[in-house]
Each structure stands twice: as structure tokens, then as C-alpha cells.
Design a protein around this ligand. Structure first.
Ligand code: AP5
Ligand code: MG
Length: 205
């Protein structure tokens, strides 16, 4: 891991589908001056642009399964490189939805150090599954509906999360880099728990 004081601090935000990763990322971006990179948003953006890799993996996402690590890694790297070049003195970077497997976690250090970023920690949002399903079904009834917001796919996303992503909690706990907080309550309340952790761990003033 790079600990160069010149490098930019990076966090990732972890938690099951619907736990509020994207919602909290917006607060972290607007209130703390971080750049936000969501692997799901990158993928959906690539799909909308007609990107070949994204089209090839489209069915995987629509079934609620995970896109292959190498495809996601390249998309996250390229997006991060682009937004870092376009931004002026960001306070930090927040990865949302990446890493999502132990394999991706193992790829991440090289990816970050290549971009002069250093990993500070994993922010982990804890929300019970019944609440997650309710939130996603509710989104599925509104204008923000995504193709993967229907009950069968939501259940599959939960299963994939338990099998492939949940092991990251242990992985980052073993690295002393896991910061878990309660993700229930209003979004502002959740952010009020995350904010002091980010400020302290990234040494922000
Ligand atoms: P991705 O886009 O990352 O989706 P996800 O993890 O399934 O989660 P969501 O984005 O639905 O939920 P969120 O936790 O961001 O919550 P949000 O803030 O939106 O991934 C989609 C797919 O892309 C994957 O299934 C996979 O196929 C592929 N993919 C992505 N990354 C990958 C990777 N690294 N490797 C392989 N494949 C990858 O909130 C959800 C809802 O709840 C919203 O309506 C929100 O308004 C509401 N809400 C939020 N917070 C609260 C609160 N505190 N109280 C009440 N409601 C709340
Ligand atoms: Mg999201």
C-alpha cells in the first residue's frame, strides 16, 4: 500500500444492494469534497454509450450477478483516471461498489497506487435485509427504477452479495481497515456517523 503523504486518500463504501452507498456518496462528495466513482454507474453509463464490453456483460447485470473482475477493474481504473485529471485538489476519492469480491480487493492496491491514491479504509453500512428489499422495491415503483429493481433480481443480488461480497467484511477487518456503522435512520443521520470517521482516518482538517 502506498502511504506517500502526497497521495490522495481513498475510501470504499461497502454494503448490500440498497444499503445507501450511492446516497451516502452524494453527501461525501458535496460536503467533504470527495470524488465519487460508482462501478454500477460506470457500467450503466458504458452501456448507454454502447460500449462493447458493457453490452457483452449486460445480461449478467440484469440477472443480478457480478460482471467479471477484469472488466470492472479496467472500467474503474479508466473512469478514475479521467475524473482525477479533470479535478482540482480533491480531498479524497470514494469508491462505491468496488471492490465487490476478494479478487477485486487484491487488485485494488495496484490500481490505486498507479493513480497516486492510497487506501484508507472500507466504510461498511449495516442494514437488515427486509429494509433493503423494501427500499429497492420502492425505487422500482418510481422514476429512478433500474432494470435490476424487481423482486426476483433483488433476491438474486442479495444472494450474490452474501456469497461473493460479504467475505470482504472479514477481509478488511483482518486488515484493520473496516469501519462499520448502522445504516438505518434518515440519510442525514447515517452521514453524521460516517463524517467523523472519514475526517479522522483521512486526517482532514
Ligand atoms: P450497483 O449499482 O453498485 O448496485 P447495488 O450494490 O446493487 O446497490 P444499489 O446501487 O441499488 O444500492 P445502494 O447501496 O447504492 O443504495 P442507494 O443509495 O441507491 O451494482 C449494480 C450491478 O452492477 C451489480 O449487480 C453487478 O451486476 C454490477 N457491478 C457493479 N459493481 C460491480 C463490481 N465491482 N464487480 C462486478 N459487478 C459489478 O439507495 C437505495 C434506495 O434506498 C434509494 O431509493 C434511496 O433513496 C433509498 N435510501 C438510501 N438511504 C436510505 C435511508 N437511510 N433511509 C431510507 N431510504 C434510503
Ligand atoms: Mg448504488
Amino acid at each position: 500500500m502506498t502511504t506517500d503523504s502526497q497521495s490522495i486518500p481513498a475510501f470504499s463504501i461497502l454494503g448490500p444492494p440498497g444499503c445507501g452507498k450511492g446516497t451516502q456518496a452524494e453527501f461525501i462528495k458535496t460536503e467533504l469534497g470527495f470524488l465519487h466513482v460508482s462501478s454500477g454507474d460506470i457500467f450503466r453509463g458504458a452501456l448507454a454509450r454502447g460500449d462493447e464490453n458493457a453490452i457483452a456483460a449486460q445480461d449478467i447485470m440484469q440477472r443480478g450477478e457480478l460482471v467479471p473482475d477484469e472488466i470492472i477493474k479496467k472500467m474503474v481504473h479508466d473512469e478514475l483516471q479521467t475524473i482525477l485529471l479533470a479535478s482540482k485538489d480533491p480531498q479524497g476519492v470514494l469508491l462505491d461498489g468496488f471492490p465487490r469480491t476478494v479478487g477485486q480487493a487484491e487488485m485494488m492496491d495496484d490500481l490505486l497506487s498507479d493513480l497516486k491514491l492510497h487506501f484508507v479504509g472500507m466504510l461498511n453500512l449495516e442494514v437488515p435485509e427486509s429494509e433493503l428489499v423494501d427500499r429497492l422495491l420502492k425505487r422500482g415503483q418510481g422514476v429512478e427504477k433500474r432494470p435490476d429493481d424487481n423482486e426476483d433480481v433483488i433476491r438474486e443480488r442479495m444472494r450474490v452479495w452474501r456469497e461473493k461480497t460479504f467475505p470482504l467484511e472479514k477481509y478488511y477487518q483482518n486488515h484493520n481497515q473496516l469501519y462499520s456503522i448502522e445504516g438505518m435512520g434518515a440519510p442525514e443521520e447515517v452521514f453524521s456517523l460516517l463524517k467523523p470517521i472519514i475526517i479522522e482516518k483521512a486526517n482532514l482538517s
